[in-house]
Design a protein around this ligand. Structure first.
Ligand code: NDP
Length: 259
């Protein structure tokens, strides 16, 4: 019998990440449930285990570079990852003066660092999904930020634009808008998907950004138009692409959407 394929999902304790992790486990993967809440993750792993599925918790705070490095070091000793879903994310509060900093740290800097730390530990032919949002479309950004986001390609450039954005919002003495911070973070995440796709193409790794649609999670709220299952399906599509499938794209429900 062959070993189960290994998947890692960030933000797996609730919302879309929890649903994606369970679906991957039901599809025969051994799933690493990554997130900040050790007790929640252990409970979730036990719930899946009781259903005969393979899952294990992995403590990972995307806002903390040391936590990312520790998680990557723990993984380095194990088998390569066949599926990586960078799902965790935050949408700040307008009134919170630290919202821009936190949003860019978790939604962009964390995924950049985790992507770099795990790239060497991906199996040839792996699938990588960055969970983004249609709100990150470049056309939705103010001109000044659109140009900078578009020009950023390396990890260092992505992090530099994120730092500049946070500094500008804090210098203005406000977050600007939590929505703008979220838009900028996801627009930069889309650039990361394109960059990783290029870097990993020689190894047959497919990397795509995916929007789940507006989903009834803690983040999306109860008035959102989609169920968690519908949103998760949009993400899962990109985890099971055939060899030679699209890479470096931005999709919702398996269909390309605008950058
Ligand atoms: P939820 O708010 O329900 O869940 C967010 C998840 O991210 C939680 O597991 C949370 O863990 C985790 N997380 C937050 N901060 C960190 C951190 N510092 N380190 C590790 N994990 C963290 O959101 P959704 O499930 O709705 O969102 C999942 C993804 O989908 C996000 O990237 C979001 O931007 C995207 N998306 C969602 C939409 C929607 O309508 N819901 C629409 C478009 C995109 P904890 O419990 O520790 O906070």
């Amino acid at each position: 019998m062959s070993a189960p394929r290994l998947a890692l999902v960030t933000g797996a304790n609730r919302g879309l990440g929890r649903a994606v992790a369970e679906a991957l486990a039901r599809g025969g993967h051994r799933v690493l449930l990554a997130g900040r809440q050790a007790a929640d993750l252990a409970r979730e792993a036990a719930r899946l285990g009781a259903a005969g599925l393979e899952a294990a918790p992995l403590v990972l705070d995307l806002g903390d570079p040391a936590s990312i490095a520790a998680a990557a070091a723990a993984l380095a000793a194990g088998p390569p990852l066949d599926v990586l879903v960078q799902n965790a994310g935050v949408f700040g509060e307008d009134s919170d003066r630290t919202a821009a900093r936190r949003t860019l740290a978790v939604n962009l800097a964390g995924p950049v660092r985790l992507g770099a730390a795990l790239a060497g530990g991906l199996a040839d032919g792996a699938r990588v999904v960055l969970v983004s949002s249609g709100m990150g479309e470049l056309s939705s950004l103010p001109e000044a930020w659109r140009g900078q986001v578009e020009a950023a390609s390396s990890d260092a450039e992505l992090l530099l634009v994120a730092d500049r954005f946070v500094a500008a919002m804090e210098a203005a003495g406000k977050t600007g808008s939590a929505t703008l911070a979220y838009r900028v973070s996801k627009a930069l995440l889309n650039r990361l998907a394109r960059r990783l796709a290029g870097e990993l193409a020689p190894r047959g790794v497919l990397v795509n950004a995916v929007c789940p649609g507006w989903v009834r999670t803690d983040m999306g709220g109860s008035g959102a138009s989609r169920s968690i299952e519908e949103g998760a399906r949009s993400i899962l599509w990109a985890t099971s692409l055939p060899a030679g499938g699209p890479s470096g794209g931005f999709f919702r429900d398996g269909k390309p959407i605008g950058w």
